[in-house]
Design a protein around this ligand. Structure first.
Ligand SMILES: Cc1cc2nc3c(=O)[nH]c(=O)nc-3n(C[C@H](O)[C@H](O)[C@H](O)COP(=O)(O)OP(=O)(O)OC[C@H]3O[C@@H](n4cnc5c(N)ncnc54)[C@H](O)[C@@H]3O)c2cc1C
Ligand SMILES: NC(=O)c1ccc[n+]([C@@H]2O[C@H](COP(=O)([O-])OP(=O)(O)OC[C@H]3O[C@@H](n4cnc5c(N)ncnc54)[C@H](O)[C@@H]3O)[C@@H](O)[C@H]2O)c1
Length: 472
């Protein structure tokens, strides 16, 4: 337990609710339960709170990306070109900023638990029966905790297929890559989902040679086609070699290099490989069989719209329930689960989630794509603003990008917003606010509203007027 001396080897506690996992989903649930007057405990196998999100996922990868983005920006700016030799700096050096952010995040979140009098037990949780969890503590002891209600928020981890030796110093997954401490010149990234595409941007920004192996026919096929094409174009422009429709045959490992053999017959040699293909829910070894719950083949738990599992007093939220597997959604799901647990009425499940992909350049979207609207035969029109024409983009030098608004050509209702370019993940929220408000969901809002100038928000006015000019 966090704020208690390690005295006994065995302890027993009684709680109204226990939350397994101190990532965003667990935190969202625990805070809501505590605010509702429940006696709450959180169990996490790490010695610090924050979950995989803070320690190996969102936070370090985004902090790393920011450092690389800054390096790329300096390199482009003639004023800073003599900044010094930065090429081939070990990742551990570049990660220094990430570690600083992780520490700051852990401090902040630790205080949240303390201020809300939530007990944090550090150890591995095992469900003994429907109302008892055993915590195998990091110091070797154990605690027995009983609960009336439970939230499973144990998150996910990289999927490691059989036949790949992740203990080999040149074979990495997205957790282990944060420990890479030797210089490399070329890396293979296998899997071109969000994680693979984001790391491709990071490594190419560090001037490594990058081969991105995509098992699918195009990058991120759930994105609007034009945006996915733009991503492919700019990754290639930066030097990433993308190979689509490829599958691993086997991986050859050596002391100082790896060779990836593909089913197509191609062979790729590199200093290291980063495996980014798939994640599995953390449900194994949790004792779910003792409470009558069975996860699917990816370790995920099924829940209803209240985030309740098949066992009525056990809820689940975050990556462990699958889609959308985002930190943003995980926190809200945890909060919704808790609201349902304390009997709040009309709690809306988390469905309207924007996409924010931190490649370089960034991508963000909400609502429907052009392909979906075409398939559904909805009469839509497009309004576009190219970043290169915006004063703010010219001032910052971040001129690569576009904002696309898809709207109903008769009602002017906004149906989808897709953005590619610097700060896209922030820019999308302006459109999201209008789109989700009943009163303002009209293209007219952007045409008739005065925005600060110069800002990137101006893109909405430019795109709205562009779209209206297409109507006849
Ligand atoms: C490289 C990477 C980049 C990402 N970038 C983004 C991004 O930019 N934006 C975004 O929204 N999302 C991003 N994600 C996804 C995001 O990190 C996850 O969606 C989020 O962490 C899920 O939160 P969670 O609370 O469900 O679980 P987690 O953050 O996975 O935390 C679960 C916690 O439970 C603990 N635990 C597991 N089993 C047990 C047990 N038996 N006993 C005790 N404790 C246990 C784990 O150790 C962990 O601390 C990224 C993920 C990765 C891997
Ligand atoms: N910026 C962001 O929002 C961000 C950044 C990084 C990661 N993430 C989240 O992390 C998750 C993982 O991202 P990803 O890029 O690795 O994509 P992914 O893991 O969802 O998919 C990659 C491929 O692996 C397959 N796969 C997934 N789980 C598997 C399993 N257990 N066994 C076998 N195959 C499996 C998928 O079908 C897909 O073909 C995503 O759901 C994403 O939402 C988000």
């Amino acid at each position: 337990m966090a704020r208690q001396e390690k005295t006994t080897k065995k302890q027993s506690y009684q709680y109204d609710a226990i939350v397994l996992g101190a990532g965003p989903a667990g935190e969202g649930a625990a805070m809501k339960l505590a605010k509702s007057g429940k006696k709450v405990a959180v169990i996490d196998q790490r010695h610090q709170v924050g979950g995989n999100c803070a320690h190996v996922g969102t936070i370090p990868s985004k902090a790393l990306r920011q450092t690389v983005f800054n390096i790329m920006r300096y390199q482009r700016d003639p004023l800073f070109q003599k900044v010094g030799e930065w090429k081939q700096v070990p990742l551990s050096e570049v990660l220094r900023n990430a570690h600083r952010v992780i520490e700051a995040q852990v401090d902040t979140h630790t205080r949240f638990y303390e201020r809300n009098q939530i007990d944090v037990h550090h150890g591995r949780a095992y469900l003994q029966d429907e109302h008892t969890v055993i915590v195998h503590m990091l110091d070797g002891g154990s605690e027995t905790l009983s609960f009336d209600q439970l939230v499973v928020a144990t998150g996910s981890r990289p999927y490691q297929p059989e036949g790949l030796d992740f203990n080999h110093p040149r074979v990495f997954d997205s957790d282990k890559i944060l420990t890479l401490n030797y210089p490399i010149h070329k890396i293979i990234i296998y899997g071109a989902g969000v994680i693979g595409s984001e790391y491709a941007s990071i490594f190419i920004g560090l001037d490594y040679k990058v081969d991105l192996i995509n098992t699918q026919a195009q990058l991120l096929n759930y994105l609007d086609d034009e945006i996915a094409d733009a991503l492919s174009y700019y990754l290639r422009e930066l030097g990433v070699l993308i190979r689509h429709n490829e599958q691993i045959e086997h991986l050859e490992t050596h002391d100082d290099y790896v060779v990836l053999h593909l089913q197509s017959g191609k062979k790729i040699k590199a200093d290291a490989i980063l495996w980014c293909n798939g994640r599995s829910g953390n449900t194994d070894g949790l004792g779910l069989e003792n409470v009558g719950l069975a996860p699917n083949s990816r370790g995920q738990l099924a829940v209803n719209s209240q985030y309740q599992t098949d066992v009525p007093h056990i809820y689940a939220a975050g990556d462990v329930i699958g889609w959308p597997s985002l930190a943003s959604a995980a926190y809200d799901q945890g909060r919704c689960a808790a609201a349902n647990m304390v009997g709040e009425q009309d709690v809306q499940p988390v469905l309207n989630v924007p996409t924010g992909i931190y490649t370089i350049p960034e991508i963000s979207s909400i609502g429907k794509t052009e392909q979906q609207l075409t398939d559904e035969k909805i009469p839509y029109e497009v309004g576009q603003a190219s970043f290169r024409h915006l004063a703010r983009a010219q001032i910052t030098g971040e001129t690569v990008g576009v904002l696309k608004i898809l709207f109903h050509r008769e009602t002017l209702e906004i149906l989808g917003i897709h953005c590619f370019g610097n700060n896209a993940a922030e820019i999308i929220h302006i459109g999201q606010a209008a789109m989700l408000s009943q009163a303002n969901n009209s293209l007219r809002y952007f045409a008739n509203t005065t925005f600060n100038y110069p800002t990137m928000a101006e893109a909405y006015r430019v795109a709205a007027l562009n779209g209206m000019n297409r109507l006849f």
